[in-house]
Design a protein around this ligand. Structure first.
Ligand code: AMP
Length: 229
């Protein structure tokens, strides 16, 4: 764990905002490793619920496949459950949540109940046109979750994960060009207003996420160290 979180008496709570393909998951995983924070991805939690065949998963499946937003009720129930786990006390990086103003208000209330707040809502700024290529080319290692891309980041040995040696790669059902366009529309209609929501609370920070993964990583590291202060 880096000194930034080790020396604090309260956790650092971050939000990564941005459309599909902006790099939220990639950067959240890096921050998790670097600072010992916990990545909370509502997309991952929902995909796990779909795979497990829970009631929430059954209700969410078709909505996710279409690229629309799952109801606030389902998402909030899943998130609250996860936030009750002990590891969350180390600090969180919210990836893909909140996505609506109702979710943002519910999050404020949830954190307030334990005397906490959001330290920074980081908006990863990108151009829509580039997102379709970024999202439709991506795949992950089924064993460790390491992310790859057909054009931008291929494994050193075809079909073998650089990180864990796993040989099963998977692609998300909703990572196709058509669904990405619906997801981008959902982002602009329902989630982009949160940029003003957090600016109004003085917790918004913007980062140019058209830059390389390592440049974005460096910008985020500076932000985390500043808010962890
Ligand atoms: P993601 O992994 O963040 O790209 O999310 C994949 C899909 O899960 C989205 O397109 C939505 O259908 C659903 N989803 C994830 N997070 C949320 C959320 N906070 N609110 C509503 N739907 C969500």
């Amino acid at each position: 764990m880096d000194g930034a979180s080790a020396t604090r008496t309260r956790p650092v709570n971050l939000i990564l905002l941005g459309p599909p393909g902006a790099g939220k998951g990639t950067q959240a995983r890096i921050l998790e490793e670097k600072f010992g924070l916990v990545q909370l991805s509502t997309g991952d939690l929902l995909r796990a619920a779909v795979a497990a065949g829970t009631e929430a998963g059954k209700a969410a499946k078709a909505v996710m496949e279409a690229g629309d937003l799952v109801s606030d009720e389902i998402v909030l129930a899943i998130l609250k459950d996860r936030m009750a786990d002990d590891d969350v006390a180390r600090g969180i990086i919210l990836d893909g949540f909140p996505r609506t103003e109702a979710q943002a208000a519910a999050l404020d209330a949830l954190l307030k109940a334990s005397g906490q707040t959001i330290d920074a809502a980081i908006s990863l700024e990108v151009e829509d046109d580039a997102m379709v290529e970024r999202v439709s080319g991506r795949f992950t290692c089924a064993a460790c979750g390491e992310g790859y891309h057909d054009s931008f980041k291929t494994p050193a040995k075809d079909g073998v994960c650089d990180k864990c040696g796993g040989t099963e790669m998977k692609r998300r059902a909703d990572d196709n060009a058509e669904t990405v366009r619906t997801r981008l529309q959902a982002y602009h209609a329902q989630t982009a207003p949160l940029i003003a929501y957090y600016a109004g609370r003085d917790s918004l920070v913007t980062v140019d996420a058209m830059a390389s993964i390592t440049d974005v990583e460096a910008a985020l590291e500076t932000i985390v160290k500043r808010v962890a202060g």
